[in-house]
Design a protein around this ligand. Structure first.
Ligand code: ATP
Ligand code: MG
Length: 602
């Protein structure tokens, strides 16, 4: 089967990894039954049955959509949905729509619309296909939704209920008790039509009445007990302003949005499984009424993705931001995509990770360690190396002037920027009489098996000389203020005979004369429990008080010039990124992305 030429998604091409799953099986079955060409007309833009009937056969073999509500920032769980919907469209010659599900006037803002678009692009997906944008707003369908509601009323499938919310709740019944019909239910089509128009025209107060579907108050599926379709709410909408004072309910709006856009496979998370009968009920009745084109979209559910040691609910993430537990939606400890980007996660690592979790009917908990593993695998082959001293103490080389003739001499040294990427070139740095080393690289009384600096022991300065430790200096409180050592002559790395003296310890260092002082932010898990909100626990009680530690570090000179967002490996410490918000050449700021090996289990 050949792909329609204009339906080929512009999308990441690096995924060779496509595990089979039940959604792929469904799509393949559907395409096979249709002989590869669905009998689905598409007019090029969303619309009703008449609109699409006039259009050609849909060049897209499937249509999927990612439908965020613009009421917050996307998180790692959304990445799963994005990669799934855009990925299936890419793989089956289809098109994926980015649709803002903006039917709720209260919580939605332009800020979120912009941020969501930016993150979908950042992950590598494009809603522009074949020269056409597939970016849609559900609020553009309000006129149609209103018409659909009147059609249902006219056909006797919907009614305006004036019971109070308490009465409605009491009459709904529960799992063991059937519901009770509303006294307003059978007042006749003309009455309900008039009432509904009054609702639209602002004749009634917020909450005074709702439009409900007339289905079955005794249904074992509570979602079919006359669900609400429209409510009165005087609120200014970010797109339609004050044009409407009634707004559709999500369960009414969402199937209609899918149908107008000719979505073939409407993929959502498991909690909507019980809504599927209503989804089908609604679309069938609107198709019968001639409003919507067949074939109708079908809904399929898959398990949500959760990440360990964080929460992934927009409400809880908002609480962390609003109450100041983190420094905003893009705090590098947040599981939001803006936070993860700032932390240094690459789009590739996030895609690999979410694709690796597969698609099942079970909600899944992903371990942060797995995510970090994907990230390390991605960064290992890309990130330039540098030396950095995060917990600095001075090392004084007592025989420096004897060896090099003067304390002013700088002995050039260098190393490849990346051990396997010669094209990244050489880093240059130099030795001087005083160096910064890690405090933990000296022990006055060495522990068993300790090979670094202690009096009488020799160790190698990385890409430098072998030095022999002679002792240390202390202040009045007994704190070590400097470590003392002597250079062993003729041991410079890379010169003949350098290896004549065998040592077991290698020390990373930065020259005091050229070290770049930097703020380094060391992150740990945000919560102390893997499932912070498990069992209804208040997740704030298990916030990790030590999730951020800020240190002043010294970096080798090559780090002075890196631009924001550059990812590097600080040798022996792990991967770091120049902070995209705060990093400046005159005041470098680096975030720790992750260590060199998995530290989550420890
Ligand atoms: P939250 O519960 O975090 O507020 P939501 O489901 O309300 O998320 P929406 O903006 O409605 O957020 O979600 C857009 C799409 O992303 C939906 O199709 C939803 O099913 C999907 N999605 C949201 N969270 C997850 C998750 N954790 N795993 C997989 N898909 C998700
Ligand atoms: Mg939602």
């Amino acid at each position: 089967m050949s792909l329609p030429h204009d339906a080929k998604p512009n999308a990441p091409s690096d995924e060779a990894h496509k595990p089979h799953n039940f959604l792929r099986a469904i799509i393949e079955r559907d395409l096979e039954q249709q002989g590869g060409q669905p009998e689905r007309h598409f007019a090029g833009t969303p619309g009703d049955a008449a609109h699409h009937a006039a259009g050609p056969l849909d060049p897209a073999r499937i249509r999927t959509r990612f439908p965020p509500e613009p009421n917050g920032y996307l998180h790692i769980g959304h990445a799963k949905s994005i990669c799934l919907n855009f990925g299936l469209a890419r793989d089956y010659g289809g098109i994926c729509h980015l649709r803002f599900d903006d039917t709720n006037p209260e919580k939605e803002e332009q800020e979120y619309v912009d941020a969501i678009k930016e993150m979908v692009s950042w992950l590598g997906w494009d809603w522009n296909q074949g020269g056409t944008s597939h970016l849609f707003f559900a609020s553009d369908y309000f006129d149609f939704m209103y018409r659909a509601a009147e059609t249902l009323i006219s056909a006797g499938h919907a009614y305006v209920d004036e019971q109070t919310p308490e009465q409605m709740r009491a009459h709904r019944g529960d799992f063991t008790t059937p519901g009770v019909n509303s006294p307003f239910r059978d007042l006749g089509v003309a009455h309900h039509l008039q009432r509904f128009r009054e609702m639209r025209d602002g004749k009634h107060a917020d909450g005074a009445m709702v439009l409900r579907a007339k289905i079955d108050m005794a249904s074992p599926n509570i979602n079919l007990r006359d669900p609400a379709l429209y409510r009165i709410r005087r609120a200014t909408h970010h797109n339609t302003g004050d044009q409407w004072c009634i707004y559709p309910m999500y369960t009414f709006a969402h199937p209609i949005e899918d149908a107008l856009e000719r979505i073939s496979h409407s993929i959502c998370t498991l909690e909507f499984e019980d809504q599927r009968p209503f989804y089908d009920w609604l679309l069938e009745h609107l198709a019968e009424g001639g409003l919507l084109a067949k074939p109708l979209p079908r809904q399929y559910e898959f398990g949500r993705l959760n990440l360990s040691y964080v929460v992934t609910s927009k409400r809880k993430l908002r609480q962390l931001v609003d109450e100041g537990h983190v420094d905003g939606w893009d705090d590098p400890r947040m599981p939001t995509l803006v936070g993860m980007r700032r932390r240094g996660y690459t789009p590739e690592s996030i895609r690999t990770m979410v694709e690796g979790t597969g698609v099942t009917k079970q909600n899944a908990w992903l371990d942060y360690g797995v995510l970090d593993g994907c990230l390390r695998a991605d960064l290992e082959g890309k990130a330039a190396r540098a030396m950095a001293v995060l917990d600095p103490v001075k090392l004084k080389l007592s025989n420096y002037a004897e060896i090099f003739g003067s304390l002013e001499h700088r002995e050039p040294s260098g190393a490849p920027a990346h051990p396997h990427l010669p094209e990244l070139g050489q880093r240059q740095f130099s030795l001087g009489p005083e160096l910064w080393i890690e405090r933990e690289d000296f022990m006055e009384q060495p522990a068993k098996g300790y090979h670094r600096l202690y009096p009488g022991n020799k160790a190698r300065l990385k890409a430098g000389y072998v030095v022999e430790c002679t002792g240390c200096e202390k202040d009045a409180e007994g704190q070590i203020t400097a470590v003392l050592a002597a250079i062993v002559p003729d041991t410079k790395s890379g010169t003949p005979g350098a290896d004549a003296i065998k040592v077991k310890g290698v020390i990373t260092w930065v020259g005091v004369h050229e070290g770049v002082a930097a703020e380094v932010r060391l992150y740990d898990r945000l919560f102390t429990e893997a499932q912070p909100d498990a069992g209804g626990r208040d997740f704030l009680e298990v916030l990790n008080p030590a999730s951020l530690k800020v240190v002043t570090a010294y970096l080798e000179p090559s780090m002075a010039a890196v631009s924001a967002d550059t990812k590097v490996q600080f040798e022996r410490h792990g991967y770091f990124v120049a902070d995209r918000v705060d990093h400046r050449a005159e005041r470098p700021v680096f975030n720790k992305i992750t260590g060199l090996r998995d530290g989550w289990g420890k």
